[in-house]
Design a protein around this ligand. Structure first.
Ligand SMILES: [Mg+2]
Ligand SMILES: [Zn+2]
Length: 194
């Protein structure tokens, strides 16, 4: 039985507008291209999960409950549009806590892979920052930088790290579709050693 494949996505600046330590569910705002892109990934059979660094918790700016409230609002907004997110993982730690889950550390990806049952070498990681594409690179995923959020600013730093750079999630879905069509079954990442 083949495993379900997944697209892992950053939240702020990738799926929703990055509002800098967002903790008010009322302020959740989907980015252009997010719904159509996610729906297309879903229609191709991919599971979807979010991996988000929320150091605002560790810094004392807001609580873990605030993170859940924002996530729940986002999931409800997407559900209204026919998009199902299978799981959301967040790292609540400040950088100085040196945890194993804050991107680009692999903790959240590994937890997701274990709980959702996918192969980290056979998935896509999409985000708007260097840490997102570094995470993808570190874990063997195909990494896609979106130019939404901080993506345009981060693009030059991501050279040689991101496998692909696209404008938004609609274009990310396009890339995923093209790779998927080329090779039925297991996808070989362009960066995977021979
Ligand atoms: Mg982001
Ligand atoms: Zn952490």
């Amino acid at each position: 039985m083949s495993k379900r494949r997944f697209v892992l996505l950053d939240r702020d600046g990738t799926v929703i507008v990055d509002k800098h330590y967002l903790h008010d569910p009322e302020l959740v705002e989907l980015l252009p291209g997010a719904v159509s892109g996610l729906r297309r990934m879903q229609d191709m059979g991919f599971g979807l999960a979010l991996l988000t660094n929320q150091s605002g918790v560790g810094r004392g700016y807001f609580s873990e409950n605030d993170v859940h409230a924002v996530n729940n609002r986002l999931l409800a907004m997407l559900a209204e549009q026919g998009v199902t997110i299978d799981a959301v993982y967040h790292c609540p730690h400040a950088p100085e806590e040196q945890c194993r889950c804050r991107k680009p550390e692999p903790g959240m990806m590994m937890q997701a892979a274990g709980e959702l049952g996918f192969d980290p070498f056979d998935c896509f990681m999409v985000g708007d920052k260097l840490v997102d594409v570094q995470l993808g690179r570190n874990t063997g995923a195909v990494s896609i930088l979106v130019r939404t959020g901080k993506g345009a600013e981060e693009e030059s730093r991501c050279k040689g790290v991101a496998d692909f750079v696209v404008d938004d999630l609609a274009q990310a879905a396009e890339i995923i579709a093209s790779l998927k069509d080329k090779q039925a079954g297991r996808l070989d990442s362009p960066k995977r050693p021979q």
